[in-house]
Design a protein around this ligand. Sequence first.
Ligand SMILES: NC(=O)c1ccc[n+]([C@@H]2O[C@H](COP(=O)([O-])OP(=O)(O)OC[C@H]3O[C@@H](n4cnc5c(N)ncnc54)[C@H](O)[C@@H]3O)[C@@H](O)[C@H]2O)c1
Length: 259
Amino acid sequence: MAGRLSGKRIFLTGAAQGIGLAIAEACLAEGARLFLVDRDGALLDKAVAGLAAPQGRVGRVVADISDSAAIAAAVSQANAEIGPINALINNAGVNVFSTPLEATEEEWNRNFDVNVKGAWNCSKAVLPGMIASGGGAILNIASTHSFTIIPHTFPYPVAKHALLGLTKSLALEYAAQGVRVNALAPGYVETQKAIDYWNSFPDPAAARTNTMALHPGGRIATAPEIALAAVFMISDECPFMNAATLVVDGGLNQLQHPV
Ligand SMILES: NC(=O)c1ccc[n+]([C@@H]2O[C@H](COP(=O)([O-])OP(=O)(O)OC[C@H]3O[C@@H](n4cnc5c(N)ncnc54)[C@H](O)[C@@H]3O)[C@@H](O)[C@H]2O)c1
C-alpha cells in the first residue's frame, strides 16, 4: 500500500490505548508496517482486533519496556515478522505523581525505569540494525513536562526532562550514520492517563474543566491530533530534522496565565 509511511517498519511502544493506539491507526493508514508493544496483553489484543490492518502488516508482543532482555527479544521478533525495523516510536510512559519529599524510592525507580530507561532499551535494541542499513528514525514522546513543572507531579517531569537529554544524546551520536532522533511534546491529551489524573482530584469534573480553561483554545488535544504530528516526524518529509522537539499543546506553553 502506498502512503507517506510506505516502506517504514515501525516498533511502537505503549500501543494498546491512548496516544500509542492513535499513532498505530495513523501509521497504518499511511502504509507502514507495525510491531506493537505493550505490557497489557488484554488491552493489546483488543487494540489489534480493532485495527484495520491487512494480513502481515502488524505484529505484536506483550513486553515491559523496562526489561532490556525482553525488548531485545521483541526487536528480534519484529525484524523476523515485519522486516528490519527502520523506525522506533518510544511512546509508552507512566504518570508517577507525588512531591519531592513524599515520593518513595520505588516511585522514583518506576518513573525512570519506564519513562527513560524504557526508551533507551528500545533505542539500544533497534540502533545497530538502523546503523547497519544506513539510517532510520526514532521519535520519543516527551511532554510539556519536559520543560515546565506542575507542582505535585514529581518525579514525572524529571524523567520527561531526561528524555530530551536522551533524544539529543542519541541524535548527535548517530546523525552521521543517517539516524534521526527527535521528540514530540504534547500538552494535555484526552486519554485514560488524563482521566486517571482528573480522577485523583476530589471533584474530577471540576478538575477537567479547569484543565480545559488553561488552554488558549479552551480545549485539550485528542490523541489523533498528536498522531498526525508523529506521522510527519517519523516520515521522510522532514529529513533534516534532528535533535529537535516539536511542541503540540495548542499554545499552552506560551501562555503566561489565563485572563
Ligand atoms: N495524555 C497526556 O495528557 C499526555 C501528555 C503529554 C505526554 N504524554 C505521553 O504520551 C505517552 C502516551 O500517553 P497516553 O496518555 O496515551 O497513556 P495511556 O496510559 O493512555 O497509555 C499508555 C500505554 O503504555 C503502556 N505501558 C505503560 N508502561 C509500559 C511499560 N513499562 N511497558 C510497555 N507498555 C507500557 C500501557 O499499558 C498503555 O497501554 C506517554 O509517554 C505520556 O507520558 C501524555
